[in-house]
Design a protein around this ligand. Structure first.
Ligand SMILES: Nc1ncnc2c1ncn2[C@@H]1O[C@H](COP(=O)(O)OP(=O)(O)OP(=O)(O)O)[C@@H](O)[C@H]1O
Ligand SMILES: *[C@@H]1O[C@H](CO)[C@@H](O)[C@H](O)[C@H]1NC(C)=O
Ligand SMILES: *[C@@H]1O[C@H](CO)[C@@H](O)[C@H](O)[C@H]1NC(C)=O
Ligand SMILES: *[C@@H]1O[C@H](CO)[C@@H](O)[C@H](O)[C@H]1NC(C)=O
Ligand SMILES: *[C@@H]1O[C@H](CO)[C@@H](O)[C@H](O)[C@H]1NC(C)=O
Ligand SMILES: *[C@@H]1O[C@H](CO)[C@@H](O)[C@H](O)[C@H]1NC(C)=O
Ligand SMILES: *[C@@H]1O[C@H](CO)[C@@H](O)[C@H](O)[C@H]1NC(C)=O
Ligand SMILES: *[C@@H]1O[C@H](CO)[C@@H](O)[C@H](O)[C@H]1NC(C)=O
Ligand SMILES: *[C@@H]1O[C@H](CO)[C@@H](O)[C@H](O)[C@H]1NC(C)=O
Ligand SMILES: CC(=O)N[C@H]1CO[C@H](CO)[C@@H](O)[C@@H]1O
Length: 666
């Protein structure tokens, strides 16, 4: 390497040059094919001198390394010396607003990344080795996707990675203004070229990362500064270079220039000598005039034909990505669902809930009756995890759960396909006006037992604990034999994904939310038990959990039942529509169990297994004592900051999400 190598290449009027100025310094002002650079996978050196790391094909990865490894220590038993890196990069995408992964500068003992994955693994990690200390990899990631699994901070960040993608330190892309110290945002995926500096101080064991727009001098204050001893990370010798991966949309990652210095500053990159990015932003005047005219003419001629064609196509268009391949069997085509519901006609509308509208349909292939739920889902973040969860939920089968058959994805929406329940949801029967339609006690008691058994399965019998989070009468559906089946399980998590992980967002429906859930936002099996308790009272009394009393002075059903229990007149709360035609022992059992389950203190509530034993009469419900029951849920909730007005005006249809919207948003 003692060679002094200099090469100028004239191509497209650009000068691309590579200089290995000495054995411990590098400078690339653009790249030339056959340059001292090892590229693999999707990476190529373009004729105009750009190093293109990813070529725009979906889920591709690409690498470029200086082919000769560096010695980072003077001798094998010493610490890693200081070094510094500087490079100019750009991320170009056909859809500027969409996610497209990113690239990383990396130092690695091996150039073989055949086992590494694309997408969120940035082409240098995979799900097995991520975070493993035997990787000996140091990287600076420029990431445009928020990956919850790596605790990414946002969709536009710079991070210092040691042996894995969970950054030891990261910060939104940007720089600190030298003049006044204010922070200026930068958008990695803007398509503009920008410069990054990485400086490691071997004595102070400090890593600084700085970035700035191309025309700017290096800012004094680094964007990220981390104390870390790279001596425990880097292997001797190690390669330096770049790794990159594309995501779900067409995007290209470029490096325009690069310099490196071992124990000395990286040579300054002369911006003027860098190659140009494709799609020049400055069009010639002629083009500015001709282009609109030409395109207008073109559009008007071809337009009508295209519109006809696009209409046909976009009608059934859906989003499908490579990661979904493994979920293949669970994915249903939009075309099938469209035909199944005759184009989502209103006459097939079964109802609408907090998540979206539900339609009845008949799948063309199997003639199976299904319910199709259209859930609007703006955020793409966490979608992969969510779909994985949907598929995992789809494997849950139990006679008291509504089977999820599959899903389909379109732009901004998700379609979930369930078994059709011909007799609809329980709330219709509980709150209907006609006397004839209501359910008798035996039917009610059986549905209660059904739901208990479905919930018990979710909590304790399936391979992992599934918390329902939204138990209520409208989520209890009745099949053709009037068996109770719990629907919507696991769905509430949809709203958890993609929102800020720090601010846990409460999901559920007012009146069914346990006090501790409202405070901590943490759903547990016992918060489900609370909602189940409310459900028991609801079924026995035929009243909604909130604002059930016409006089309005007792907004919570549980407090009203409790008042009667205290007075010894529990039986008076039983639904009058039953016209005293019910089993008094069973009704008392359900009411007392309801109170116990809806207890504000979670540790007093029984688990689902005990609940089933009580309902089956296999064990005796513990006698409720006055001290156990000396609570008013409303006062406790008010103590926790609930607005009593909001509470009393709420119908059970409203969810917490809606309330926070009314009060000015999150
Ligand atoms: N599998 C199904 N079979 C038949 N009807 C269904 C099915 N799923 C839902 N429905 C009907 O669609 C209505 C709306 O359901 P959805 O679950 O979206 O709303 P919800 O339960 O009222 O509220 P939330 O979205 O908060 O759970 C239900 O009340 C029910 O009548
Ligand atoms: C790359 O650089 C090395 C040493 O600097 C030199 O020996 C080699 O010839 C160069 N290769 C090419 C293709 O320029
Ligand atoms: C991109 O690179 C991959 C190799 O990783 C190759 O299979 C693919 O054809 C390339 N696509 C284009 C558009 O060049
Ligand atoms: C490093 O190893 C060399 C021999 O390989 C030895 O002479 C020297 O003392 C060692 N230095 C330290 C700091 O251990
Ligand atoms: C790269 O590693 C894989 C497995 O880790 C191995 O199969 C392959 O032969 C390696 N390629 C080279 C060029 O060493
Ligand atoms: C880390 O990688 C090494 C070598 O590949 C392997 O033996 C070890 O089990 C891995 N450790 C973990 C925790 O995965
Ligand atoms: C700091 O300076 C920059 C440019 O000089 C300016 O855009 C920015 O508004 C200033 N910020 C503050 C807080 O003064
Ligand atoms: C930078 O971006 C963040 C998040 O997008 C935003 O909250 C902040 O206000 C922005 N700051 C400036 C100075 O634009
Ligand atoms: C890193 O940044 C700090 C200021 O935050 C500075 O004091 C230090 O000298 C810098 N170190 C290197 C190696 O540039
Ligand atoms: C009460 C009620 O509506 N029962 C119906 C449930 O569904 C079956 C099959 O669709 C009907 O036969 C029942 O009448």
């Amino acid at each position: 390497m003692k060679l002094f190598f200099l090469c100028f290449l004239l191509s497209f009027g650009l000068v691309a040059s590579f200089t290995a100025t000495s054995d411990d310094q590098l400078l690339y002002l653009g790249f030339t094919a056959g340059t001292n650079l090892t590229v693999d996978d999707a990476a190529t050196v373009k004729a105009n001198g750009l190093l293109e790391l990813t070529n725009g094909s979906l889920g591709c990865k690409g690498h470029a390394f200086y082919p000769i490894p560096f010695h980072f220590r003077k001798s094998h038993n010493e610490t890693v010396q200081s070094f510094s890196v500087s490079f100019v990069f750009a991320i170009r995408s056909s859809y500027p607003i969409m996610s497209r992964q990113g690239l990383a500068f990396i130092i690695t003992p091996s150039m073989n990344f055949s086992d590494a994955l694309a997408n969120q693994y940035l082409g240098f990690m995979n799900s097995k080795n991520n975070g493993n200390f035997s990787n000996h990899i140091f990287a600076i990631e420029l990431d445009t996707v928020l990956n919850i699994e790596f605790q990414d901070i946002n969709t536009n960040h710079v991070g210092i990675d040691i042996n894995g993608l969970h950054s030891i330190k990261s910060y939104p892309a940007g720089y600190y203004e030298d003049s006044n110290g204010s922070f200026q945002n930068m958008t990695l995926a803007s398509g503009d070229a920008m410069q990054v500096w990485v400086d490691y101080n071997g004595e102070a064991k400090k890593i600084n990362v700085t970035m700035a727009p191309l025309q700017m001098e290096k800012p004094t204050r680094p964007l990220i500064s981390a104390d870390y001893d790279l001596s425990i990370v880097l292997k001797e010798p190690s390669y330096i270079g770049f790794s990159s991966s594309g995501g779900e949309v067409d995007s290209r990652h470029y490096v325009l220039g690069w310099s490196f210095g071992m124990n000395k500053p990286a040579p300054q990159i002369n911006i003027a000598k860098l190659p140009r990015l494709p799609h020049p932003k400055h069009q010639s005047k002629l083009l500015k005039i001709i282009l609109p005219i030409a395109s207008a003419t073109f559009i008007s001629v071809v337009g009508s034909m295209v519109i006809l064609h696009v209409r046909r196509k976009s009608r059934y268009s859906e989003l499908k990505e490579d990661w979904e391949v493994e979920f293949g069997p669970h994915r249903l085509s939009y075309k099938d669902l469209f035909h199944a519901t005759e184009g989502f006609k209103n006459k097939h509308l079964l109802g609408a809930g907090g998540f979206g509208k539900v339609y009845k349909g008949i799948l063309p292939s199997t003639k199976l009756e299904v319910a199709v739920k259209r859930v609007s889902h703006e955020s793409r973040q966490g979608l992969k995890e969510f779909v994985a969860e949907v598929v995992s939920i789809g494997r849950i089968r139990h006679r008291n759960l509504v089977q999820l058959l599959g899903y389909c994805r379109r732009k901004g929406e998700l379609l979930l396909v369930y078994d059709y329940m011909p007799n609809g949801s329980l709330d219709k029967y509980l709150y209907c006006d006609e006397q004839t339609l209501t359910l008798n006690w035996a039917q009610r008691f059986r549905i209660i037992k059904d739901i208990a058994s479905g919930l018990f399965y979710l909590h304790e019998r399936w391979e992992k604990v599934v918390i329902h989070r939204d138990i209520k009468a409208s989520n209890v559906l009745l099949d053709s034999e009037m068996n109770g089946r719990l629907g919507d399980f696991g769905l509430a998590r949809l709203y958890d994904h993609g929102t800020n992980l720090q601010t846990t967002h409460v999901v559920g429906t007012i009146g069914y939310l346990a006090p501790e859930l409202v405070c901590t936002g943490k759903a547990t099996p016992l918060t489900d038990v609370f909602a189940f308790g409310m459900f028991l009272l609801e079924v026995a009394c035929g009243k909604r959990p909130v604002n059930s009393n016409p006089q309005g002075n007792q907004p919570l059903l549980v407090d009203w039942v409790l008042e009667h229990w205290n007075k010894g007149s529990l039986i008076e709360v039983v639904d009058t529509r039953l016209q005293s035609d019910y089993n008094v022992d069973e009704a008392c059992l359900v009411l007392k169990l309801g109170l116990l389950c809806a207890h504000p203190f979670a540790n007093v509530r029984p688990n689902m297994q005990s609940i089933i034993r009580y309902l089956d009469g296999d064990s005796q419900l513990p006698e409720l004592t006055d001290t156990d029951m000396s609570f008013s849920l409303l006062s406790i909730m008010q103590g926790e900051g609930f607005d009593p007005y909001a509470l009393s005006y709420l119908s059970s249809k409203m969810s917490i999400g809606t309330i926070s919207d009314i009060s000015g948003g999150r």
